[in-house]
Design a protein around this ligand. Sequence first.
Ligand code: ADE
Length: 228
Amino acid sequence: MRIDIITVVPGLLEGPFAHSILKRAEEKGIAKVRVHNLRAYASGKQKQVDDYAFGGGAGMVLMVEPIVKCITALQAERIYDEIIYMSPDGKTFDQNMANELSLKGNIMILCGHYKGVDERVRQKWITREISIGDYVLSGGELAAAVVTDAIIRLIPGVLNDETSALTDSFQDGLLAPPVYTRPAEYDGMKVPDVLLSGHEAKIEAWRFEASVRRTKERRPDLLEGKDF
Ligand code: ADE
């Protein structure tokens, strides 16, 4: 998979993909993330990428021309399954959407900044708008990093233990059960006996029950229409 991210603040995306699981995905040749500075596609000496909104009001708007130039240049290199715009107006990102996007080949992500992008970009080029929640960030970059992380870790071969993504919170519609590591007792606090028993079926049953209990307590909305 390849993800190309277009931004006016590339510095915001320098960190996340150079570490840990995302770095390993790149080294294994499983997922490639490339960040493109929109300013490189601006014309004129000023390299202008934004302008005042027609009709007035506070805040700048990212201009259609540099964005289309950048999209077109990227499309000349490969075919994209999706051109995503990160925006609080989009559909709220969740694990189902992460699963769906992890099956794609090439994805482009456009990050808005300031007041957003010229509406004509959204009308003609964007295939999907994604929000990461009902709050407003100062730009789409951190949201794009969240979405990229959630997608890439689902691609087979990225995680060392391939089953571990399957037992994540939300993957089966439930929150994950509690986990423990050594020591078996700390300051009088004991790890549940069953987890030390070595009895796989009992451990599995305990984990499932603990997941259901936790979901009932913390996110009963996830259980609506389910029969636990
Ligand atoms: N850009 C600004 N706020 C955002 C949000 N909540 N989700 C996605 N992109 C955004």
